[in-house]
Design a protein around this ligand. Sequence first.
Ligand SMILES: [Cu+2]
Length: 151
Amino acid sequence: MRNAFVAALLLATASGASLAQVDVSNPWVRATVPQQKASGAFMSITAAKGGRLVEARSPVAGVVEIHEMKLENNVMRMRAVAGLDLPAGKTVELKPGGYHVMLMELRQQMKEGDSVPITLVVEGQDKKRATVEVKAVVRALTSDPMAGHKH
Ligand SMILES: [Cu+2]
């Protein structure tokens, strides 16, 4: 994990993105099937000085929201949240079954191996906003037996 963390940091530096002392590691997007209009993006976010993830954007989606997933009466439900707190120095995991960046009104299929640009807007303790650019790789969540079939 350490290597992935460093790689993400170097990538952000190389592209000239504002780091805002926010490090994002292992960003990925769940692959979709044709006609599927929504998917989730997942990653680990660490804000050295703390902050709050208040917005996410991506050119591949018409609407992007920050979602939380919770088990309620034995049913998994997800809902949009206004933001996600990033405690100082603590890594916050966005993962299936938990918080995620919801990509909706997808403009294209998310194909395994593709790279999806996502912009995260993080508000610092001083209320200043900074953007963090990440490139999420598209991954299949499970080994779907139909995945990879070409008809
Ligand atoms: Cu969602």
